[in-house]
Design a protein around this ligand. Structure first.
Ligand code: 5GP
Ligand code: ZN
Length: 116
C-alpha cells in the first residue's frame, strides 16, 4: 500500500535497522523500544491486521515465515533461553497504531505476569 509506513520500510523507502529477513517477513528494531529487545516482525505483503488472515492454505507460507522469524530473531537477540513475549495488537482497543500486521517480540528484561 502506497501510504503505509511499514510497506515503505519493507520496500527500503524509509530506513530501519533490519535484524532478520526471509521471503515472507522483515524484522526491524522498533523506533521506540519498551524493552532492551523490541523487534517488529513485518509481513512483506500488506495485511491491515491479524483478521486479514483467514487461516486457510493461502496463509500457510506466511505463517511458516513468521515462525522461522520468531526462532531466528530470538536466537540472534540472545533471548532464546531467557524468554520473550510475542504481541499482536489489533484495532483501536488493542492499541494498534500502524495498520499493517506486525508482531512485537519483546525481551531482555523481566516483563512480569501482567498482560496489561
Ligand atoms: P502498534 O502500536 O501498531 O502495535 O505498534 C507500532 C509500533 O511501530 C510501535 O511500537 C512504534 O514504536 C513502531 N513504529 C512506528 N513507526 C515506526 C518507524 O518508522 N520505524 C520503526 N522502526 N518503528 C516504528
Ligand atoms: Zn503496509
Amino acid at each position: 500500500m502506497s501510504d503505509c509506513i511499514f510497506c515503505k520500510i519493507v520496500a527500503g523507502e524509509i530506513p530501519a535497522e533490519r535484524v532478520y529477513e526471509n521471503d515472507q517477513v522483515v524484522a526491524i528494531r522498533d523506533i521506540a523500544p519498551v524493552a532492551p529487545v523490541h523487534v517488529l516482525i513485518l509481513p512483506k505483503a500488506h495485511y491491515p491486521n491479524i483478521l486479514a488472515l483467514d487461516g486457510g492454505e493461502g496463509d500457510a507460507a506466511l505463517l511458516a515465515g513468521v515462525q522461522r522469524a520468531v526462532r531466528e530473531v530470538a536466537r540472534k537477540e540472545g533471548v532464546e533461553t531467557s524468554g520473550f513475549r510475542l504481541i499482536i495488537n489489533c484495532g483501536e482497543d488493542g492499541g494498534q497504531t500502524v495498520p499493517h500486521l506486525h508482531y512485537h517480540l519483546l525481551g531482555g528484561r523481566t516483563l512480569g505476569a501482567r498482560l496489561v
